[in-house]
Design a protein around this ligand. Structure first.
Ligand code: AZC
Length: 789
């Protein structure tokens, strides 16, 4: 019972004795507490994994405190909240609490090593590539900059597939990342919402007014899993709320009534699979029912949660746009537009005019691509079946839009049909990007070059109509993950030379390092750090691929998803050329060759045949080169399997040179390059995406830039591109074609993509300047300018 005369709150404070403490003693007590009572192991005997669990839970407790404070604070303040809707997040673990050293000390007294425990943690691979990793960096930034932000997404049971390489071929294995639990998340069984699918729409009257009622055919429950995200150097701790599908009580009463109990259960289980698996292709997933259901599932639950939070404080919707900002991360969550409209119309019974007025003030849309095939479309039939009411709403939005457009541009039917949200044709589609542009107040590109392409090509019609909607924010990455966590030695060096840790919060402070750039002590220390990281990477390469590499060689790295436009094939053909040159050299010439370790890593989308052939070619070429004693340490080629965030943290700090060599005009931005740069690695790159801005920032003389520029590409494609290819190119492709690396038949299709006038990604016409840039890299290495001093 309470002590007489004391309020419940006073008593609570007394009992809690303030906040959890971060000194090693208190941490130790908490860790042992969790070992004993949560993990339920004896505190006298627990292993690394159990220690990792107990440590994570102890840190999580501290996160929860901060999270509660943050929510309490914002509840009182009622600011405009930013809701970031994304189908993909590639988070990585919590880093910003600033209690790493205390944890390490606490653990060491208990006989455990922090680093070893950190390795126990698997990746939560709930995303594909750049877009998903950017979401994670943005969450980190929002928290650090004290924004009242929420992330919303899906809690997939199976993350991105694990890549297994057998005989040089990629195989996909499911990544059931939850097998050993996830100590960071908080399951909120009481935060759950029903999500409806299928069924029919009926007319009804409510309060004397006509309205639509959607009678669903299926209902699935969305349950919240919270993942607190702390800011750096602040108590602000935001939340990433991920939804998982659970059976709904009200599910499908009909089939139970028919007496087929077993079948009803089986069907019900099918519904629960909505959140099971992440689509492993970052470009093309058009018209799949499950995909549409996933999108609607997370969007509907998120909006119910957001509207509930708003209505807790506000009696009507007038203030909605002042309190709610909905950020669409690509078109994947764009169905939320129709859903918000439906909620306002059918559930809140606002008029169309009023609903539309609210709607058009709350959405902003970021697109992450320039590839037309990545612009989502949903076949009308599918839409009609899964979300009948939403289709009606979209038709109505489109009707109003077409009327408005006609008033502005007249009867230009070609243009009208290009801009319509509904694509007419043999198969009618909903163009999700068009819906997003029409209904958002802002359309955002991810680099300046991307923005230019949106204006002049991808969304030209829309730009001409609404130039004021378009803008760009060049992508960034957080130094907190890509230096502080992944490169502790460099982190210490930077803080020492700057005499402050403030760069961890404010990245611009890093530029002050320029003052010390020519200091030979700094340079020596810098190279020591690089050596340590190369050593770490070399050990990893040896374990993963059995190849021993020399630390004196230049580590030349290309790690990212495998795509034709990213041109890993150009890289491999360059390696073949280098090999061919070495083989044909005199002994005296060989002495001058700069030894290289060429490292490639990345996953191919499972259904992307050419990408898979590129992986196989890399292995086949590696097999030949790495077993050629005549070449030895002068050249090695390694493929690092199962590239993911943890592998990136190891590879990036250990690289000397990294390649970002997409055909100009195809990479919307590119954020990998930024991670390499901040780890003291030079770039070999085309003037594509964000690289254009990096050139301005650090100077072309500090990079190896090559290849055709964005505006030259169309003309080059017009020409018969095989005529642009130099002899060296023809020669190396011939070697592959003729079976020099085996698998002659298998590689035929791959060779076909760059020969006989088909070279769409212009490998041939960029080859000479690529080799020149590589040669320039060798020369700089020889002069000690690239980091071999
Ligand atoms: C990527 C872009 O390809 C990349 O250039 C950009 O840096 C990144 O987004 C972050 O904006 N896009 C994707 O990963 N996926 C899609 C569907 O575009």
């Amino acid at each position: 019972g309470f002590v007489a005369g004391k309020s419940k709150t006073d008593r609570m404070f007394e009992l809690m004795d303030g906040f959890l403490k971060n000194d090693p003693d208190s941490l130790q007590k908490d860790i042992l507490h969790h070992v004993e009572y949560t993990v339920a192991r004896s505190r006298f005997s627990f292993d690394d994994f159990e220690a990792y669990q107990a440590l994570s839970l102890s840190v999580r407790d501290r996160l929860i405190e901060r999270w509660h404070d943050t929510q309490q604070y914002f509840k009182k303040k009622d600011p405009k909240r930013l809701y970031f809707l994304s189908l993909e997040f590639l988070m990585g673990n919590v880093i910003n609490l600033g209690i790493r050293d205390q944890c390490a000390e606490a653990l060491s007294q208990l006989g455990f090593e922090y680093e070893v425990l950190a390795e126990q943690e698997g990746d939560a691979a709930l995303g594909n590539g750049g877009l998903a990793r950017l979401s994670a960096c943005q969450m980190d930034s929002l928290a650090t900059l004290d924004y009242p932000a929420w992330g919303y997404g899906l809690r997939y049971q199976y993350g991105l597939f694990r890549q297994i390489i057998l005989d040089g071929f990629q195989h996909e294995q499911p990544d059931y990342w939850l097998n050993f639990g996830n100590p960071w998340e908080i399951e909120r069984v009481h935060v759950s919402y029903p999500v409806k699918f299928y069924g029919t729409v009926k007319e009804d009257t409510v309060n004397g007014k006509k309205c639509k009622v959607w009678i669903p055919g299926e209902t699935v429950e969305a349950v919240a899993y919270d993942n607190p995200i702390p800011g750096y150097g602040t108590r602000n701790t935001i939340n990433l709320r991920l939804w998982a599908a659970k059976p709904s009580d009200g599910y499908d009463i009909e089939s139970y009534n028919t007496g087929d109990y077993i079948n009803a259960i089986v069907n019900r289980q099918k519904a629960e699979t909505i959140s099971n698996v992440l689509y492993p292709d970052d470009r093309t997933y058009q018209g799949k029912e499950l995909r549409l259901k996933q999108q609607y599932f997370f969007v509907s639950a998120s909006l119910q949660d957001i509207v509930r939070r708003f209505k807790d404080v506000h009696g009507n919707f007038d203030d909605f746009p002042d309190k709610v900002a909905l950020q669409l991360n690509d078109t994947h969550p764009s169905i939320s537009i129709a859903e918000l409209m439906r909620v306002l119309l059918d559930e809140e019974h606002l008029s169309w005019k009023k609903s539309w007025h609210i709607l058009k003030q709350v959405f902003s849309f970021t697109t992450h691509t320039v590839l037309p095939e990545a612009l989502e479309k949903v076949p009308i039939d599918l839409f009609q079946n899964v979300l009948p009411r939403h289709l009606q709403i979209i038709y109505e939005i489109n009707f109003a839009f077409m009327e408005e457009l006609k008033r502005k541009i007249g009867q230009d039917y070609v243009r009208l049909s290009r801009m319509s949200i509904v694509e007419e044709g043999a198969v009618k589609n909903i163009r999700v990007a068009n819906l997003s542009i029409v209904c958002s107040h802002t359309v955002n590109g991810v680099s300046r070059a991307h923005y230019e392409l949106l204006k002049t090509r991808v969304f030209k019609d829309f730009y001409e109509l609404w130039p004021e909607k378009f803008q760009y924010k060049t992508n960034g990455v957080t130094q907190r993950r890509w230096i502080v966590v992944s490169n502790p030695s460099l982190c210490a060096l930077i803080s020492k030379w700057l005499g402050t840790e403030s760069w961890i919060r404010d990245i611009d402070i890093l530029t002050r390092l320029r003052e010390h750039a020519s200091n030979s002590d700094l340079q020596k220390e810098w190279m020591m750090v690089k050596k340590i990281n190369k050593q770490r990477l070399a050990e990893y390469i040896e374990t993963m691929s059995g190849v021993k590499v020399s630390l004196d060689a230049m580590f030349d790295v290309q790690v990212k998803r495998i795509h034709e436009y990213k041109r890993q094939l150009l890289n491999i053909l360059g390696v073949i050329h280098r090999y061919d040159c070495i083989k044909n050299m005199e002994k005296t010439e060989r002495e001058k060759v700069v030894p290289r370790v060429c490292i490639i890593g990345g996953k191919a989308p499972p259904g992307y045949e050419i990408a898979k052939k590129i992986i196989k070619l890399c292995h086949a070429v590696a097999e030949t080169i790495n077993n050629d004693d005549d070449v030895g340490d002068l050249l090695k080629l390694v493929f690092i399997p199962d590239y993911n965030v943890s592998v990136a943290e190891l590879v990036i700090p250990g690289s000397d040179l990294s390649q970002h060599i997409s055909t100009a005009g195809h990479e919307a931005s590119g954020t990998g390059s930024m991670k390499f740069l901040m780890n003291g690695c030079l770039l070999l790159a085309t003037a594509d995406g964000s690289t254009n801005e990096i050139i301005e920032e650090i100077g072309e003389e500090n990079m190896f830039i090559f290849g055709a520029k964005i505006n030259e590409i169309p003309a080059l494609r017009e020409k018969d591109s095989s005529n642009n290819a130099p002899l060296q190119f023809v020669r190396v492709v011939r070697m592959v074609r003729d079976g020099y690396f085996g698998f002659k038949d298998y590689f035929k299709l791959l060779c076909d993509t760059v020969e006989n006038g088909k070279d769409f990604y212009l490998l041939g016409s960029d080859f000479a300047s690529y080799l020149e840039a590589q040669f320039h890299g060798d020369a700089c290495w020889q002069n000690g300018m690239l980091g071999n001093t």
